[in-house]
Design a protein around this ligand. Structure first.
Ligand code: ZN
Length: 486
């Protein structure tokens, strides 16, 4: 098996990937909070961890990929105060919170399906794991790293920091964390501003609530990923992924909860993808540059000059290394569209390549080697794509031997289609149009043959001439009419 290197946020180094169990990989990725349409910020982790999932399988691992759906506990401003994002949407739309969850989960799945993102092995929901979360709160309390206050339970960061180190993932010290948080007002139930809720007592108007030993309430947002990761992947598992914006506090808190409840950090490799900016700015509703995936795919947004197909978006994301920033602009997307189309045209022209048992030339063998090496070097998709364009040149140059054509076709099928997850949208679209034309022609010829049966020659000739004007030639044979398109 080719060695795989991943940059581990914990060590800030590129490390050789060694799974806990030989041949098997457990991977957890933080999924969306489903209170609105998926946007560009969801497309990047969606595609990044899909490529990692596909790459691990390509390398021969058996992968259990868990990506959660957050349907409770994620409060506004990602903090301990404020309204639950889903409950707020439900209140504004006069819906049951689970109606909001159902609707946007389906919309999210549809957007991911269009981006050709494979479904994870398990997609657990936070609200389906309340019992497990309550059990973990009990364990953290019993270990002495949490305290109850007015029906809520808070993680005691200071106590934890004395025994273990808080901030190992983000590199933030407790003092630095303090600077970034607001001072407590006299009303707070917390002892210190950096403490975080693992159980929150629900206010009377809060509709999403469950009974617990402390209050009718709901679990803290960070807790769900600790609990569902452990439930489906074990006390220690291989890879945890997510956007860089989740590193602090979400993932930092996850590590603290893991250590406090089960005595281990739990995760061997933390992988973080960088953010997408729009014309150099952070995406935000107040900036008017908040673009959802349905808007991107349809072109219906004032910032968009045209619609961008899902595969153009996927290719655009893959053109950058996942750890680098990626700036969205119409020009960048249009350039990606051109590159994507060139890659697909080369792939399509290999359609006729015949299986061949002869070995390909050294040039093609080394090309494949370079592509695989780039992918295994911390998922360097831009370098892999650059090498794939060398393959495009060879294809476009013509005169390929039978063995080389077959080897290149396999490279495209297995890497471009299999690992990078690109689909040929034009081929799919033209296939659809062909099918529709066949159906329409059947109808037209049926009505023409009816006219002929009624000896309505004028009508039959009118249909034939009209079709001819579209380049469709109709021939009458003894078995009926046939047609050809020029
Ligand atoms: Zn999470």
């Amino acid at each position: 098996m080719r060695p795989l290197y991943l940059t581990n946020t914990l060590s800030r180094n590129k490390e050789l990937f060694k799974p806990i169990h030989e041949g098997r990989v457990g991977m957890y990725v933080c999924g969306p909070t489903v209170y609105g349409d998926a946007h560009l910020g969801h497309a990047r982790p969606g595609v990044t961890y899909d490529v990692l999932f596909r790459l691990l399988k390509y390398l021969g691992y058996k992968v259990r990929y868990v990506r959660n759906i957050t349907d409770v506990g994620h409060l506004e401003q990602d903090a301990d105060e404020g309204e639950d994002k889903i409950a707020k949407k439900a209140r504004l739309e006069e819906l049951e919170p689970m109606e909001v969850v159902q609707y946007y989960t389906e919309r999210y799945h549809e957007a991911m399906r269009l981006l050709n993102v494979e479904s994870p092995s398990i997609e657990p929901r936070a609200s389906g794991h309340i019992i497990e979360q309550i059990e973990t709160v009990k364990k953290i309390l019993a270990a002495g790293y949490a305290y109850e206050s007015n029906g809520s339970v808070y993680f005691d960061v200071e106590k934890y920091n004395k025994d273990h180190k808080y901030g190992i993932l983000s590199g933030r010290t407790l003092e630095a964390t303090l600077e970034g948080t607001r001072a407590l007002d006299g009303q707070s139930d917390k002892r210190a501003p950096y403490d975080f809720a693992i159980w929150k007592k629900a206010e009377p108007e809060h509709i999403m609530r469950w009974p617990s030993p402390w209050s009718d309430g709901f679990p803290g947002w960070h807790l769900e990923c600790s609990v569902m990761g452990e439930k489906y992947l074990g006390e220690e598992f291989d890879i945890h992924g997510g956007g860089m914006d989740l590193m602090f506090p979400h993932h930092e808190c996850e590590i603290a909860q893991n250590v406090a409840s089960r005595g281990t950090q739990g995760v061997h490799y933390w992988v973080h993808n960088n953010m997408i900016t729009i014309n150099g700015q952070k995406m935000g509703k107040s900036l008017g540059n908040f673009i959802t995936l349905p808007e991107l795919f349809s072109g219906k947004h004032p910032k968009l000059e045209q619609a961008y197909s899902p595969m153009t978006v996927r290719f655009f994301i893959l053109q950058a290394h996942y750890r680098g920033t990626l700036d969205f602009s119409n020009e960048a997307l249009q350039a990606a569209e051109k590159g994507y189309k060139r890659l697909m045209a080369a792939w399509r022209s290999l359609d006729g390549a015949q299986q061949c048992s002869e070995a390909p030339s050294a040039e093609i063998t080394s090309l494949r080697d370079k592509v695989e090496e780039a992918l295994c070097d911390d998922m360097n998709t831009p370098i892999a794509i650059a090498h794939l364009f060398e393959a495009v040149k060879l294809v476009n140059g013509g005169n390929l031997s039978k063995a080389d054509a077959w080897a290149l076709k396999s490279l495209f099928d297995e890497i471009v289609g299999g690992v990078l997850g690109l689909r040929d949208e034009d081929a799919a679209a033209s296939g659809k149009a062909e099918k529709a034309l066949e159906g329409v022609m059947e109808l037209v010829l049926e009505s023409r043959s009816k006219a002929r049966a009624e000896k309505n020659w004028a009508e039959s000739d009118r249909i034939r001439d009209l079709l001819a004007s579209y380049g469709i030639t109709v021939k009458d044979t003894k078995d009926g009419a046939t047609w050809t398109l020029e």
